[in-house]
Design a protein around this ligand. Structure first.
Ligand SMILES: [Zn+2]
Length: 417
């Protein structure tokens, strides 16, 4: 009986149509490069954008949101998060409200309608996604690499204690066959990509341990055979070389250990059409948390910013990402400011949040722009990022598939942290 009830409730949630909704009077940026539509109406029906334009009539039965003075852009992607904090562990059996609150506070409250989990505990992200997809938990679109791949003896120093405490099986792989086997298994189970620690920060005398190229290649090839992307954590120049040689698609960070000149990064990485996730504010958070001298942080940040600047100037594809969930800072404002300081204008930053990840991860036909027929993944901003980059952070509403996941007007104060 209980099972039957669960099935019926799940079916009801699945079938509940997203409300027809009209955002009226907003300034709409259809894409980062397009001219804005002033005084626009966005009609959302059945989870998609039915119409966009100025002076549209709102059909009967629509919920009207007065968006005069607001700016509407496509839903944001955070392409580097970790569903690793406590609320997400054992996501299959956590109370729905606990998960929904965490997802709102961590992601949708900041406009993120899609997050790419670039490593978490085995199965958690897939379980959470399944609950979101069947309507049990309100949340963003979740993509995941599931468990990461570490070199043998290369469990990173900053995660070692946690993994031991949780008694999680090792993520280290000894050889290519083992790597291929686990990568296949994870992808078969629903993972959307793989992540290799091309350079694993193990500390001590070794510092950064590079992954054997044949192992990295086995993981990457297994993903590519299924049309899925491979991420890498490069850490230093040797790790970057492993990432390049193994055919990785996305660098999950800049390379601050060893600080390679930007030329090395630009020449190879842009030519190979690899994307870069800068995660600049991570450096500041780490320096603060580790109690390192601020000057050390300044030098690393300067190197990372210089890499981003050169990579962007050379036409490289930048994806927005913060490492949220590894760091406990979820507000992305600082990242926007650091990217702007590195020379990316608001259009480039908006592209890193919308069109670039949609293209990179094969969803450009459905997401990334505000246009008719696209999924109604939308952010309503109280301000214009063309005028002030901080406006990207002044989120009034977040919609995913036409459902309001966050509304600053009704959200409890606790969720605005
Ligand atoms: Zn990370």
């Amino acid at each position: 009986m209980r099972l039957l009830l669960t099935v019926l409730l799940a079916a009801a949630a699945l079938q509940a149509p997203a409300q027809s909704l009209a955002l009226v009077g907003a300034k709409v940026y259809p894409s980062p490069q397009a001219a804005p539509i002033e005084n626009a109406t966005v009609l959302v029906r059945d989870g998609v954008i039915a119409r966009v334009g100025s002076g549209l009539e709102v059909p009967a039965g629509y919920r009207v949101v007065d968006a005069r003075g607001d700016v509407v852009v496509a839903g944001f992607w955070n392409s580097h998060v970790h569903l690793l904090p406590e609320p997400y562990r054992g996501a299959a059996t956590r109370p729905a409200a606990t998960l929904a609150q965490a997802l709102e506070a961590n992601f949708t409250r900041w406009g993120f309608t899609t997050v790419f989990d670039t490593a978490s505990l085995p199965g958690d992200a897939l379980a959470l996604r399944a609950r979101i997809d069947r309507g049990d938990v309100a949340g963003p679109q979740i993509l995941t690499v599931d468990a990461p791949f570490f070199p043998a003896g290369g469990t990173p120093i900053y995660i070692k204690d946690l993994l031991e405490r949780l008694k999680v099986p090792s993520f280290e792989v000894a050889d290519a066959a083992q790597a291929r086997e686990r990568a296949s298994r994870q992808l078969e189970a629903g993972a959307d990509g793989v992540k290799v620690f091309a350079g694993a920060i193990v500390g001590g005398a070794v510092g950064v341990l590079p992954m054997d190229v044949s192992i990295a290649r086995a993981v990457v090839d297994t993903a590519h055979a299924r049309g899925k992307p491979a991420f890498a954590h490069p850490s230093d120049l040797a790790g970057l070389q492993v990432a390049i040689d193994s055919g990785v698609d996305v660098l999950a960070h800049t390379t601050t250990n060893g600080m390679p000149g930007p030329d090395a990064l630009v020449r190879t990485v842009v030519d190979r059409r690899m994307a870069l996730i800068p995660t600049l504010m991570l450096i500041e958070v780490e320096v603060r948390n580790e109690g390192l001298p601020p000057r050390a942080g300044d030098a690393m940040l300067a190197a990372a910013s210089q890499q981003l600047k050169a990579f962007h100037a050379a036409g490289g594809q930048v994806l927005f990402g913060t490492d949220a969930g590894y760091i406990d800072v979820y507000d992305p404002t600082r990242e926007y400011r650091l990217m702007a300081a590195a020379g990316l204008d608001w259009r480039a930053i908006l592209a890193s949040l919308t069109t670039a990840p949609s293209e990179r991860f094969g969803q450009a036909a459905r997401r990334g722009r505000v246009a008719e027929g696209m999924a109604a993944d939308l952010v309503v901003l109280r301000g214009d990022p063309a005028v002030d980059i901080d406006a990207l952070d002044r989120v009034r509403m977040t919609l995913r598939g036409g459902r309001v996941l966050y509304d600053a007007g009704t959200a409890p104060a606790a969720s605005t942290r």
